[in-house]
Design a protein around this ligand. Structure first.
Ligand SMILES: Nc1ncnc2c1ncn2[C@@H]1O[C@H](COP(=O)(O)OP(=O)(O)OP(=O)(O)O)[C@@H](O)[C@H]1O
Ligand SMILES: [Mg+2]
Length: 464
């Protein structure tokens, strides 16, 4: 295990205090905020959350072999590994800034309404083929996820990919200033969180803030035709950064030609400022091809060897709940698992994907899209054309999806229930051999129940 945090670095980063008895052999080989996943040698940071308090788990962290434990409340434990700070969340942020400052590789920040994790994962596959790459775990993109990712960044890495998220105005800039990206990618501006943000222009303005954290000479990357493009142009110019539009027109600095989509993925010819070549993406869907173009543009802006990056990208596969396809119900039915989350754009992308991959009947199972506030009714009903174009039978659950369900032609109406628990057996009973079923909904709509019910037989086989 390589040393990530020495005693001296922890003290310098946090201005904290170890007990006077502490010897110099504090050695942090990782950083943890959760004792359930803590590995021996991790620096455990006792964060206080709304529902949990890490200070209650200090003894467990020490017992599990934490290299050091960072606290700001008395926790009734005396141990030379305990580092006292004024505030543990601030200490995590301080560690993030310290780790960022000693990192000499290329830093990428990815933000956007949808597709952040997909682009981040595509990019890290591409970069890992070129050099040691550190990246955000899962969707670690918020006020603790971003600093945790940075605090874990080894100084020796060649590349780092951070995901930066937001629900409210003003969240992007402080996180972006901590990340200090050399390359900033904005995946999409779409109506996710529209209820909290108020307007599409406000969403675009907020996403464009990431460009304010670029250095002069840095690179911003946006998809061609992005909503609120003027905000991106303005902020990139203010930062003295170059802005690359990525699209399918030769007018874009980065563009793709010869796009072909099939049930396994997409292929295209990529044209970058100093490189051109064939690309294969093993994740189906037009949106995944678009994500891949952004990821490759970012790899190029990092100075990566593009032949290697393209080979690395080919090893990317969609994650659970983000478009992974499985055979279920004794191999009779194809399940397109999109249950991780939903927003208007990602539901459209998933419906498009259903139309692309299905060979038999196309079944859409849709749960409510949340956080749309007063726009909810309109945004749900506006899915009608995409649903009619890509599904033969539609099952819905939740009060918002009821408004869509009621406007469907009766031939498409499979069934509606208030909760996903009731919908799951209904969907299962309706499926026939050769069907393709796509399940999608916001995390809070708990569409995972439907996926679990469809996977029931397969899970039993797995356990046998
Ligand atoms: N460019 C895109 N356009 C529309 N939908 C997309 C796009 N990229 C990914 N998706 C879909 O959106 C959903 C979320 O994808 P992903 O996890 O990559 O987004 P995210 O921005 O990281 O989300 P979160 O804010 O929850 O972290 C998935 O269902 C995925 O298939
Ligand atoms: Mg994410």
């Amino acid at each position: 295990m390589t040393l990530l945090w020495s005693r001296a670095d922890l003290l310098a980063a946090t201005s904290g205090r170890f007990p006077s008895s502490t010897s110099s052999d504090i050695a942090g080989t990782g950083v943890s905020i959760d004792t359930r996943t803590l590995r021996p040698g991790d620096v455990f940071i006792a964060l206080r959350g709304e529902r949990s308090n890490g200070h209650e788990h200090v003894a467990a962290a020490l017992h599990a072999g934490a290299g050091a434990v960072v606290v700001h409340e008395p926790c009734g434990v005396d141990d030379p590994r305990i580092l006292h700070v004024a505030d543990t969340l601030d200490a995590l942020r301080d560690m993030a800034r310290f780790a960022r400052a000693r990192f000499a590789g290329r830093m990428v920040g990815v933000t956007g309404s949808v597709g952040k994790t997909s682009v981040k994962d595509m990019l890290r596959h591409a970069l890992q083929a070129c050099g040691p790459t550190h990246y955000a775990v899962a969707s670690y993109n918020n006020h603790w996820g971003v600093p945790l990712t940075l605090a874990r960044l080894p100084a020796s890495a060649a590349y780092c990919v951070c995901e930066i998220g937001m629900n409210h105005v003003g969240e992007i800039l402080p996180l972006a200033r901590m990340v200090r990206p050399d390359v900033a990618v904005i995946t999409t501006v779409a109506s996710s969180h529209l209820g909290l943000m108020g307007s599409m222009d406000a969403i675009a303005r907020e996403k464009a803030e990431i460009l304010c954290a670029l250095p002069a000479g840095g690179t911003g990357i946006i998809p061609d035709g992005i909503t609120g493009e003027t905000h991106f142009i303005h902020n990139a110019a203010q930062a003295g950064a170059t802005l690359w539009r990525v699209g399918q027109s030769k007018d874009c600095p980065v563009y793709a030609t010869g796009l072909e989509h099939d049930a396994q993925g997409s292929g295209f010819e990529m044209h970058l400022p100093h490189w051109q070549g064939k690309v294969r993406v093993n994740a189906p869907g037009r949106h995944m091809a678009g994500n891949a173009m952004l990821a490759l543009a970012a790899a190029h802006a990092c100075g990566a060897d593009m032949d290697r990056a393209v080979a690395g990208l080919a090893t990317f596969a969609p994650g659970a709940g983000r478009g992974a396809i499985a055979r279920v119900m004794q191999d009779k039915v194809a399940l397109l698992d999109e249950s991780y989350n939903a927003s208007p754009d990602s539901v459209r992308a998933a419906l498009d994907l259903l139309g692309l991959v299905a060979t038999g009947r196309r079944i859409a199972v849709l749960g409510d899209m949340l956080e749309l506030g007063t726009f909810a009714r309109h945004e749900h009903q506006a899915l009608l054309p995409a649903v009619c174009a890509n599904a033969d039978i539609v099952f819905c659950c939740g009060p918002n999806m009821k408004t869509l369900f009621d406007t469907l032609p009766s031939s498409l109406q499979g069934g509606w229930t208030p909760e996903s628990e009731q919908l799951a057996p209904m969907v299962r009973a309706a499926l026939r051999a050769g069907d393709t079923v796509m399940v999608k909904g916001s995390h809070g709509s708990r569409m995972g129940h439907v996926v679990a019910t469809l996977r029931m037989d397969d899970a039993r086989v797995g356990q046998a």
